[in-house]
Design a protein around this ligand. Structure first.
Ligand SMILES: Nc1ncnc2c1ncn2[C@@H]1O[C@H](COP(=O)(O)OP(=O)(O)OP(=O)(O)O)[C@@H](O)[C@H]1O
Ligand SMILES: [Mg+2]
Length: 468
């Protein structure tokens, strides 16, 4: 049980903890750092070069429609397939979709081959990722203490058990709103969560009266000019009383709820903590537990306490899945709570994995293809490749001579865009060694000799009869 009591007279000492940093979403690979969104105008029309994208306008516009459908919640249970050759921007498009959706919509990216692990069944891993992609927005009215932190003072006492060291008896936290200030005397357990949330003087926080959990809302406006380099979220000084009822919105995924309910509930004492350190207990999420969680979730939804936010499950290189996974996908898409599934495949007609000899387009079985909206990505022309390479070299801080740029574009036409983009950084190194600020045609040619593309590498193997 936690203890919160209000203190009448505020003490003067303040202790500042380390400043918290805002959590931002990281993109999964640095290969796409130049992609900032789909680059569409207000009518959903793609500008030739925008959002980090070059060309591929039809696919970008189609993805824009998908984003609109997801936002208006008309898309759940449907699936999209991005189909096109290697390096035509399928992964980049999926990332752009997630950027357009914003951080409030769950986006769970996986690669087909991730599902193969010795420990977890493939379909089980798929199910888990399905649930990571379904969000729940829970609204609750709670009794809270909210304000800008003006003081954090832990009050120590001699260790009651004797010996050295002191224990923290309680912590005094001063909170300020536009209406006034209040000092709270808080339980030591709350001090721990204050440290965990990295709360410092000048932050706006609220403490839940019932549970004592502390939530950092952001940094107070008054400090806005202090660290303007930091990616901080600044919030205004809360209005009204410090002690009040507040509507709290929490975004969780179904997987979060599964996990929270599967964790063995232990006490906070040292012994059980040691126990956890010594033998980490595996959390087991069973089908039964999921059904229970679903029941509670639908009850919340019926009561209007929670709202379902179907997010996106992106399965890259989907041709790596086998027939068992595809069957699962088919069934899972029919469930009443399903996310939007986006698949990507760079295969043409190939054998479906796990079957003897079922050939199918994109390596997907026919009954799954039937359910998909297919967005195709086309190969780039010489000019488009030049623009993409230019963009990429800017992101990497490299300067290309115009000859080198042309050379790279021609190589890309014969090999792939990805190969050329990969040549950029080694070419940058060569130019640096030669004390040149610009990458020259020679640097590119040398890199081409040093690093093979897939086709030449295959040829070497054929010519030398493999490694025999
Ligand atoms: N239209 C574009 N504009 C700008 N950059 C692009 C565009 N298309 C692709 N790229 C960049 O080219 C590289 C290769 O693209 P990407 O990885 O998205 O291809 P892919 O279609 O997923 O290929 P694969 O099938 O091999 O997975 C990435 O660095 C990507 O950011
Ligand atoms: Mg890809």
């Amino acid at each position: 049980m936690v203890e919160i009591s209000e203190v009448k007279a505020a003490s003067a000492t303040t202790t500042a903890a380390t400043a918290g940093s805002a959590i931002t979403r990281e993109s999964r690979t640095a290969a796409h750092t130049h992609i900032k969104g789909l680059g569409l105008d207000e009518y959903g029309i793609a500008k030739k070069v925008d959002g980090g994208f070059v060309g591929q306008t039809e696919a970008r516009e189609a993805c824009g429609v998908v984003v609109d459908l997801i936002k208006s919640k008309k898309m759940s249970g449907k699936a999209i397939l991005l189909a096109g050759g290697p390096g035509t921007g399928k992964t980049a498009l999926a990332l752009a979709i997630s950027q357009e959706l914003g951080p409030k919509v769950p986006f769970c990216p996986i690669v087909g081959s991730e599902l193969y692990s010795a420990e977890v069944k493939k379909t089980e891993a798929l199910m888990e990722n399905f649930r990571r992609a379904i969000g729940l927005r829970i609204k609750e009215t709670k009794e809270v203490y909210e304000g800008e932190v003006i003081e954090i003072t832990p009050e120590e006492a001699e260790n009651p058990l004797g010996g050295y060291g002191k224990t923290i008896n309680h912590v005094i936290v001063g909170l300020k709103t536009s209406k006034g200030t209040k000092s709270l005397k808080l339980d030591p357990s709350i001090y721990e969560s204050i440290q965990k949330e990295r709360v410092a003087v000048g932050d706006v926080v609220y403490v839940e009266a019932n549970t004592g959990s502390v939530k950092r809302v952001g940094r107070s406006d008054a400090y806005a000019t202090e660290f303007d380099l930091e990616a901080e979220e600044y919030v205004p000084l809360p209005k009204g009383d410090v002690h009040k009822k507040k509507e709290i919105v929490q975004d969780v995924t179904l997987h979060d709820l599964d996990l929270a309910n599967a964790k063995p509930q232990g006490g906070q004492d040292i012994l059980s903590m040691m126990g956890q350190l010594l033998k980490p207990r595996k959390t087991e999420i069973t089908e039964k537990l999921r059904t229970e969680v679903n029941k509670v979730v639908s009850k919340y939804i019926d009561q209007g306490v929670a709202e379902l936010v179907p997010g996106v499950l992106f399965i890259d290189e989907v041709n790596m899945l086998d027939i068992e996974c595809f069957t699962f996908l088919n069934r899972a898409l029919e469930s009443t709570i399903a996310p939007i599934v986006i698949l990507a495949s760079n295969r043409g007609m190939t054998t479906v994995r796990g079957t003897d000899d079922v050939k199918s387009p994109h390596g997907l079985p026919a009954d799954l293809i039937d359910r998909l909206l297919i967005v195709k990505t086309l190969p780039y022309d010489h000019e488009e490749i030049k623009t993409i390479v230019m963009k990429r070299s800017k992101t990497e801080g490299l300067i290309l001579s115009s000859g080198a740029l042309d050379k790279l574009a021609s190589i890309a036409m014969g090999t792939s865009l990805r190969y050329v983009l990969q040549l950029l950084s080694p070419a940058g190194v060569l130019a640096k060694i030669g004390a040149r600020s610009e990458i020259s045609v020679g640097d590119i040619e040398e890199c081409q000799l040093l690093f093979l593309d897939a086709r030449r590498s295959t040829k070497v193997l054929e010519d030398t009869k493999g490694y025999l």
